[in-house]
Design a protein. Structure first.
Length: 273
């Protein structure tokens, strides 16, 4: 009898667990993050969660992305920082795409809407006069801010397709509505922070060159100071030798004069006698 009661209790727990755990999973509706692509230069990040790559997909680019887990209705913020177009290209290229990528299943959640609230690029805050279209981006959806192949977002101030020039964060705030539940408040797992690649070698090289230059300047300064000291010491010795020469010359002249005086006196004395 006891065994039957224990089995019944365990069965009840299993049923309860089966009804609880799926409800917890339903709070995760997908993810959101910034995606981008540089036209004619082809550095890119195609989807939220993907690594940023160069044209040939051979190199992971140095930058930082902060994406979000979408757990329900509410406002979210995503960011991207640390990358700019190489200096030799920046005046000649456009941004093929800069936008918000979403992995929400809009077919399942057909009432879901996403509204872009504001974006900050190179320290300028943009507000949206009308909302960008929700376009297909592979299996995801994207709302484009910069779009060299079509229309830039309708913003104040006016958006263009020029590349950003600052490594400080590009941020996008957006609001999700129409899901089955509201977002988890103070959720420590809301943000997904990924730092990609490694710092460019030229930056390390420049720092090393700066240190070497400073060390060289210090060495040159010490050598100049030492040379100046040696020069002053040498000049002092020359002056001292010069003074000694003057003294001996003076003594010699004085001695010669005395001899002349003695000879003249002797001649005079002889003539008188």
């Amino acid at each position: 009898m006891k065994i039957r009661k224990l089995a019944a209790a365990l069965s009840a727990l299993a049923v309860a667990a089966g009804t609880v755990f799926p409800c917890a999973a339903e709070g995760d509706y997908g993810q959101g993050g910034i995606v981008w692509m540089i036209k004619d230069q082809w550095d890119h990040r195609n989807n939220v969660g993907a690594d940023p790559k160069d044209e040939l997909e051979a190199q992971t680019l140095f930058c930082k992305h902060t994406d979000v887990n979408i757990t329900g209705n509410g406002q979210y913020e995503v960011s991207f920082e640390g990358y700019v177009v190489p200096e030799e290209d920046i005046d000649f290229v456009e941004v093929g795409m800069l936008g918000l990528d979403l992995s929400i299943d809009f077919d399942t959640y057909s009432d879901c809407t996403v509204t872009l609230d504001e974006a900050v690029i190179d320290g300028t805050t943009y507000t949206f006069n009308t909302q960008p279209e929700l376009e297909d981006n592979g299996s995801n959806k994207v709302m484009k801010l910069k779009n060299a192949y079509g229309k830039n977002a309708d913003t104040t101030p006016e958006m263009d397709a020029k590349p950003w020039r600052d490594t400080t964060p590009i941020t996008i705030k957006f609001t999700v509505a129409g899901l089955d539940s509201d977002k988890a408040e103070d959720n420590p797992d809301e943000q997904i922070v990924n730092e990609y690649g490694s710092a460019p070698a030229e930056a390390d090289s420049s720092a090393a060159q700066a240190e070497e230059s400073a060390a060289a300047d210090s060495t040159v300064g010490e050598e100049i100071s030492e040379n100046e000291t040696q020069k002053d010491s040498s000049q002092a010795e020359k002056n001292e030798n010069k003074d000694d020469g003057i003294h001996w010359t003076l003594f010699a002249c004085m001695g010669g004069g005395a001899v002349v005086v003695i000879i003249v006196i002797a001649l005079i004395a002889k003539k008188k006698t």
